[in-house]
Design a protein around this ligand. Structure first.
Ligand code: SF4
Ligand code: SF4
Length: 246
């Protein structure tokens, strides 16, 4: 069954987000490494941040599973060499998530003040760009090491961008946007699942969608990055993304 599923995945035409996710790692390398020579490239990062904040208001962590350049780097360049271990609970904890966010925000604010005081004119743009270039490089190295030594998407639990998205997702829920736009993993046919556990095995953030759906109809998990890997690998083809009120 698994072989037939894989062939189907290879043969089906890819959507825009699937194509983008496959090659978005080029953007990560361009900013993190190319930015060492052309720091202005780092100015793309605030634009990326703005896009993911708006997207997360509507769709939760959809960016992480479909457009994130670092996620693409972990999935497509590091995964073949990853140890693929269970992500330890401590790395999934709120304490780690908030500590990493605090460290990154402090670094950005400190470097921002330094650039504004020490530079002027066009140099300021290069200085501001270099802040984000270095952040991108740090994530590439840190996240890459975690992907290699633990599991490809380990960094996603601590990523400040992920934390910011979770915050905006909560805001989206409060103001009633997500209910209209957020799709969640669900069963196409209620009795289609035969509890084989395949979706759990392939989930890059190590979630159990089928158990969640059995309990609550829709898989309402804040860590789900909507990558659709579980949908593509379900041998019963019973998983889909669905709006809450469909
Ligand atoms: S949803 Fe599909 S992959 Fe997951 S347990 Fe059910 S049949 Fe298996
Ligand atoms: S539950 Fe499915 S869509 Fe969500 S992160 Fe896991 S594999 Fe991706």
């Amino acid at each position: 069954m698994e072989k037939a599923g894989s062939i189907a995945i290879k043969n089906k035409s890819l959507t825009f987000s699937e194509r983008f996710q496959r090659y978005a790692w080029i953007l990560a390398l361009l900013i993190a490494i190319g930015g060492q020579f052309l720091p202005h490239l780092g100015l793309l990062v605030p634009v990326i941040m703005l896009i993911l904040m708006v997207m997360s208001l509507h769709k939760g962590k959809y960016w992480c599973g479909n457009y994130c350049p670092h996620g693409s780097f972990f999935d497509h360049l590091i995964k073949p060499w990853s140890k693929k271990l269970t992500i330890p609970k401590v790395l999934r904890s709120k304490a780690v998530m908030l500590t990493v966010l605090a460290i990154f925000m402090t670094m950005i604010v400190y470097r921002f003040i330094h650039v504004m005081n020490a530079m002027d004119g066009m140099n300021r743009f290069a200085g501001l760009g270099s802040i984000f270039v270095n952040i991108y490089l740090m994530v590439l190295i840190l996240g890459g090491l975690l992907a290699l030594l633990v599991s490809p998407r380990t960094w996603c639990f601590a990523c400040p961008m992920g934390t910011i998205q979770s915050f905006f997702h909560t805001v989206g829920k409060q103001i009633g946007i997500t209910q209209k736009k957020e799709q969640k993993i669900a069963f196409r046919h209620p009795d289609g699942c035969h509890s084989c556990g395949k979706c759990e095995k392939v989930c890059p953030v190590q979630l159990s969608p089928y158990k969640g759906i059995i309990d609550t109809q829709l898989f309402d998990n804040a860590y789900c990055i909507k990558c659709k890997t579980c949908i593509q690998h379900c041998p019963s083809r019973t998983l889909c993304l669905r709006l809450q009120n469909e």
